[in-house]
Design a protein around this ligand. Structure first.
Ligand code: AMP
Length: 299
């Protein structure tokens, strides 16, 4: 079964202690789509401008991502630039140029409206809602977000939360949204806002999956060589949704494994600038890393 993914489709200029790379293919939807594509067919909803390089379209096509919902609009592609500190955890956003996203209205091809798995990757919650409004009773809807939307679009985000099955956010965002420092209390408060599944990402320390009455703690794959962590969170949730779509059946039964696959995809993402390392990965390598993660945590 396929996954429908909406989010930012961007050009990123990234500076880390390992180097400086301008205008790489990025955006939450690009990272999530490539990660999901290792498991399931992906339908991408987004917008790019006239400056979008043909090589970026080729990369989407290499991963067999369906681009019927990708609009090409007059103007410039969303451009984000960021710089990392030596520890690779702290990041400063230098520029966010919305470009064609300023006037973007997502329109889903008619045949996409029945897609069972929907990932609303990080983008304005009003756009995430517009996509959801066009769907016919999807089986499993997950959204990601960022601190910016809590600051400038909280009413939209709260409206969205009521319609989600799963919500993914990082630990500082969970604390900001709930005003709770303790993550268990924060998860409980987020459940009350709507989603049955709350996934709190803790970067190199893994992720917590809270399912109201049940808890799962997933490690991050221990990496020695972090080159660029941009998009790791998007790859995490993309990998997770891709696996769920491939597995089909009961989401509850497959969610823990899906979270571990998410950790594996996120780890590959960090090993190269932009999508460079991830796009070169083979399915067999993903399986090997998953087994390693399993053996690292079994006792
Ligand atoms: P992450 O490292 O998971 O936070 O995701 C990084 C990606 O988010 C980059 O590829 C950016 O293009 C994208 N991004 C940055 N700011 C925004 C924003 N305001 N809305 C949507 N996507 C964004």
């Amino acid at each position: 079964m396929s996954v429908l993914i909406v989010g930012s489709t961007a050009l990123d200029s990234i500076k880390t202690p390992r180097g400086d790379h301008p205008r790489l293919l990025g955006g939450s939807a690009s990272y999530a789509s490539v990660a999901a594509s290792f498991f399931a067919p992906v339908k991408l909803v987004g917008v790019v401008g006239e400056d979008f390089p043909p090589a970026c379209l080729r990369l989407y096509r290499k991963h067999k991502i369906d681009l019927e919902g990708l609009q090409m609009a007059p103007g410039r592609t969303f451009h984000w630039s960021g710089e990392y500190e030596v520890n690779m955890n702290n990041r400063r956003t230098l520029k966010t140029e919305l470009g064609v996203f300023e006037t973007f209205t997502p329109r889903l091809p008619a045949s996409w409206r029945n897609c069972p798995y929907v990932l609303l990757a990080n983008i304005a919650p009003s756009l995430q809602l517009l996509v959801l409004d066009q769907m016919r009773r999807p089986k499993f809807v997950v959204a990601d977000t960022m601190d910016l939307w809590m600051n400038i679009a909280l009413p939209d985000l709260l409206k969205l939360l009521r319609r989600l099955d799963g919500f993914v956010l990082n630990e500082s965002e969970a604390r900001q949204l709930t005003q709770e420092h303790n993550l268990m209390r924060a998860a409980r408060k987020i459940h009350r806002l709507g989603p049955d599944y709350v996934i709190i990402k803790k970067g190199e320390h893994g992720a917590i999956l809270s399912a109201r009455q049940k808890l799962f703690v997933a490690p991050a794959y221990p990496l020695e060589n972090v080159v660029d962590p941009t998009g790791a969170g998007d790859c995490f949730v993309g990998g997770m949704m891709g696996w769920l779509a491939a597995a089909g059946g009961s989401v509850e039964a497959h969610l823990r494994r899906a979270v571990l696959y998410g950790s594996v995809l996120a780890s590959y993402c960090c090993e190269g600038f932009g999508l460079k390392a991830l796009t070169a990965v083979k399915r067999q390598a993903i399986e090997r890393r998953l087994k390693e993660l399993e053996s690292l945590t079994r006792f």
